[in-house]
Design a protein around this ligand. Structure first.
Ligand code: 5GP
Length: 114
């Protein structure tokens, strides 16, 4: 179930995280419970609760998040293949109500996902 927006607390430096990248639009940090050898979360600074809340105003921001993922995949040496996941709402497996992109790599991934 969607709980507190603890990613806002990470953005506000109220709780610590291992930061991988940051700029004026987004922050990327290592997941506390990694599902692959490399597992980074890329989040916008703008509070957008879920993927379903995106609007036309977020077009450039979304492109930016994807380009940051490409940059990070190179820096973290997972550019031989990686998976990007955005869970949306309870049924989609989302637990933190702040839009985030999972960037996973360092192992093989299969399809369909669970
Ligand atoms: P979701 O299930 O919402 O798509 O993903 C939430 C992710 O946030 C999970 O992979 C979970 O392990 C991660 N997470 C939850 N709490 C924390 C935390 O306090 N710090 C970090 N770095 N990751 C967290």
């Amino acid at each position: 179930m969607l709980k507190d927006n603890l990613f806002k607390k990470i953005l506000d430096k109220q709780i610590p995280a291992k930061i991988a990248y940051e700029d004026d639009l987004c922050l990327a940090f290592h997941d506390i419970n990694p599902q692959a050898p490399t597992h980074v979360l890329i989040i916008p600074r703008k509070v957008i609760p879920t993927h379903a809340d995106l609007t036309d105003a977020d077009r450039e921001l979304l492109g930016h998040l994807h380009l940051v993922a490409v940059k990070l995949a190179n820096q973290l040496k997972i550019d031989d293949g990686y998976r990007i996941v955005i869970n949306c709402q309870d049924r989609g497996g989302q637990t933190v109500p702040h839009l985030h992109m999972h960037l996973l790599g360092g192992r093989d991934f299969h399809w369909p996902p669970g």
